[in-house]
Design a protein. Sequence first.
Length: 320
Amino acid sequence: MVHALRAETFELDELLASRKKGSITTLNDLWDAHFEEWSAAARKKPLTIKTDRSRYKSQVRGRIGKQLVQDINHKAATVFIHGLKRGNQGRTAGMLSGFFKFLLVQEVVTRNPFASIKVAPSRKIHRYFSEQELQMLLDGLRELERNGENPVPLTLVKCLLISGRRVGELLGLKWRNVNFRAKIIEIEDGKVGAQTHPVTDQFLNIVKCLQPPSAEADHFVFNGTTPNGSYTGLNKFKRRLDKEVPIEPWRLHDLRHNFASQLVNQGVDLYVVKELLGHKSYNSTQRYAHLGPSKLRQGLAIVEQQVSEAVVTGQLQDNH
């Protein structure tokens, strides 16, 4: 017992001494000091860096970020992660685990408290709009337009509806990325890297209305207070739009799911849907496979008719 007491006293003295030297820091201190270095080493894309900064600010900085790193063990990290909303647990844990893994290699820390934390699976609910809901959404946009709403977010939502693009892809779009002649847009730094996508005449005509005579190639299409910055008031605009549109809760990303569902229900091949959405993996597109039951029934009816006649006649029809 005496030896245990001496050991605890030694650890306490060592802890106090290290605090006096300033060697003990908070998680926020570590993040601020090493985030850029970690991002560069991991070759993170600008959009990912922006997302990581935003996630840390909203989920971590005001909570466990204030704690001393020495006080954050696996149990404390697990309690923190499990205290987040289900949809934020996995990505926040993954981000912090990756950060600490980098710090371990750099010998800044001696453990990774966020490694191997089991998180609740996120409930991915894909929201699709009925014709009535789409009409109400269009009516809401028109009402805001009549009330003098900023045309930038209005145009952005319209473009999301007819293009199926991700919100971040359009917000990062610059005039040099819009080819009116070839009818394509270039996504320089999207979720799956650089991509080129075809767009409709309607999309181009809507976007053209935002292009001032003084627009330069490096100016943002959906610009904010200055042409050199992208629009940042989308969340506030969404709340104003929600007041005009009395439908079930929805997200701007749901417009992308709705775009895909419309394609599938019109019989567009899933491979074409994959290319239009810019999915890296075909598995991502497979989630929409169940949306076209009428087309499946049509195909089944053709086979059924052919086989039924073959059973009677003993001869398959030659459709060539």
